[in-house]
Write a protein that binds this ligand. Structure first.
Ligand code: HEM
Length: 559
């Protein structure tokens, strides 16, 4: 029988012919496969397939030409394949892609690696904001298949209940799951989301919040005791905002005591919490490396976080006994898990997935808002005094010698201070992208093709001159007595809008109202000696949720 003639044994042409063949295969694999559909979640399979092909090629080549030249031939072919594949991808993205007519940096048009590059200093939200000005456009291409849009029309069209835009294939959500079970925020299916959301909403009703309020007050008192214990020395309020909200989340989420306020430092769980989203953010929301790690079943700290969330949920469930009166968020999840016909918690992995989301959702977000509220109040002493006068009127009104959320919620100026903080220093500063439905979308008269990813970045939108007068200034009165300073209220969306808006909004507002009121009522605070107040923004890091830089304040007892 004649030996099989493989390309590299085909005589004079030597290695050129097989490399040419490999290059053509590279172009074809782009045009026939990679150009179509969404492949992030297949990252592991794609890597494995390519590795297998390379291995098979090497075996075949070495068996015919010897070890060294076999490896050289297969490597040259594989390199040609990859070079042609990526060249084809880049040429297509820059010149022929459906978004090629939108302005944006060349690097962003070529590759999603533009994301990690812009977030290399953790300031992606600020870098993105600059792009709108640089390109003189409200629509900028920030990735090969993604647009950032500065428009309130877009907010409605992307996020309202009538919108056809979805989270599926938009990037970051596809990879945020626990063993295949997505959490409330990352669920891709609308129907499934609706049922899960109903369980979460039970945990956030007025009566549920009232049941948590005692714990929130307890945390406020621990914070006040901490201020007493430092005896007038400076306190890093960014660190303590995190510890306050972390301890608070432990109590109202899981009836668990973390005790980090007393310890004055982060514990392992809190570190993991930051790392968890931080890893995704550092990659500029490049999702395939996360999918790849999940495929290999290695995730380092993210996997450790998942395991701790699981342990927290298990331990809470073991303690659960409807008679023992534990009032926390997990109570509602466990009830559904144990129900004869659960609404949404059909198995334990759903519980673990959403337990992780409680840890994430109720800590860093409120912590960022609290940190910046301390910053704005410390640098605006008149606002601090005005707030003191407003809240003093309701101290002890509903609960003897305490503040109550029901009273504080009626103080418009308190909510104005919080809203203005959330506007200027939005904790969810970038907002994740959504996928445009196949029929496309018209935003402010501009057609956005179907299959594109789009987002309205919160930081840029809420600081836009088109929506707010003196947009860069902290003016709480714009939400009370000076409404002319708000040109377009729809631009304010710290909790997002539509069916996927923040389910914890009312809880967040309760915590912020109580912690700020207790602090302002008991203390005056200002920048510590040597603190110029710039590090909180300069050293802030966009970890999907904004992590503020340090801020050292000194507290003086009002009595
Ligand atoms: C100031 C504090 C907070 C801010 C600024 C905030 C902001 C947001 C935003 C912008 C979203 C939409 C995220 C997306 O598009 O993927 C969101 C969703 C969510 N938030 Fe919050 N959040 C805060 C506090 C909380 C708290 C205290 C919880 C309680 C656990 C919470 C739980 C959630 C959950 C579960 C979702 C997903 C909702 C859904 O998809 O139906 N958040 N939040």
């Amino acid at each position: 029988m004649e030996p099989l003639i493989l390309p590299w044994t085909a005589g004079e042409a030597g290695i050129v012919q097989p490399c040419l063949l490999a290059a053509i295969t590279g172009i074809l694999s782009h045009l026939l496969y990679f150009i179509r559909g969404y492949h992030v979640t297949s990252a592991y399979g794609i890597l494995m397939a390519h590795t297998s092909i390379y291995a098979a090629l090497t075996v075949a080549a070495t068996s015919q030409t010897g070890l060294v030249s076999g490896i050289l031939v297969s490597t040259a072919m594989f390199t040609s394949y990859l070079a042609a594949l990526f060249t084809s991808i880049i040429i297509y993205r820059v010149f022929f892609h459906r978004l090629s007519h939108f302005p944006g940096p060349l690097f962003a048009k070529m590759t999603k690696f533009y994301g990690p590059w812009t977030n290399r200093n953790g300031q992606m939200h600020i870098e993105q904001n600059k792009l709108f000005e640089k390109y003189g456009s409200d629509i900028v291409r920030i990735a090969p298949n993604e647009l950032a849009i500065l428009s309130t029309d877009a907010i409605q069209k992307i996020h309202s209940s009538r919108s056809g835009c979805r989270k599926r294939n938009a990037g970051v959500y596809d990879v945020l799951h626990y063993k295949g079970e997505y959490n409330l925020d990352s669920i891709l299916d609308r129907e499934e989301h609706r049922y899960r959301r109903q369980v979460w909403e039970k945990a956030m009703t007025t009566s549920s919040l009232a049941a948590y309020e005692k714990s929130t007050r307890e945390i406020c008192h621990r914070w006040l005791n901490k201020i007493v214990s430092v005896d007038g020395k400076p306190i890093d309020t960014s660190l303590f905002s995190l510890l306050i909200t972390f301890d608070h989340m432990g109590k109202i989420g899981f009836s668990h005591e973390f005790g980090t306020i007393e310890a004055g430092e982060e514990n392992r769980m809190l570190r993991l919490l930051e790392i968890m989203f931080g890893q995704v953010a550092k990659m500029g929301e490049l999702a395939w490396p996360v999918a790849l790690l999940k495929g290999f079943n290695v995730g380092g700290e993210a996997a450790e976080f998942d395991e701790l969330a699981k342990q927290m949920a298990d331990s809470r469930e073991r303690e659960d006994d409807s008679e023992n009166g534990k009032e926390d968020i997990l109570k509602h999840f466990i009830r559904d898990l144990r129900a004869e016909k659960p609404l949404a918690f059909f198995n334990r992995n759903v519980l673990y997935s959403d337990a992780g989301l409680v840890l994430v959702g109720a800590t860093d977000t409120i912590a960022a808002a609290l940190s910046y509220a301390f910053y704005h109040l410390a640098t605006h002493p008149l606002t601090q005094e005005k707030l003191y006068n407003e809240i003093s009127n309701v101290f002890g009104k509903s609960v003897s010698s305490e503040f109550a959320n029901t009273d504080l919620s009626k103080i418009a100026y308190l909510d104005a201070v919080i809203d203005e903080t959330l506007r200027l220093d939005n904790p969810v500063c970038n907002n994740a992208a959504r996928m445009v439905p196949p029929e496309g979308l018209v935003v402010d008269g501009v057609f956005i093709p179907g299959g594109s990813a789009i987002r309205v970045p919160g930081y840029a939108m809420q600081r836009s001159d088109k929506a707010f007068v003196r947009a860069g200034e902290f003016i709480p009165e714009r939400w009370t007595t000076e409404p002319d300073l708000v040109l377009d209220r729809a631009a304010f969306m710290p909790f997002l809008v539509g069916p996927n808006n923040c389910v914890g909004k009312r809880l967040a507002m309760m915590v912020l109202r109580l912690v700020l009121s207790y602090t302002v009522y008991k203390y005056r605070f200002e920048l510590a000696a040597g603190e110029d107040g710039t590090a909180i923004r300069r050293e802030a890091v966009n970890n999907l949720i904004l992590k503020p830089g340090p801020l050292n304040l000194v507290f003086t007892n009002r009595q």
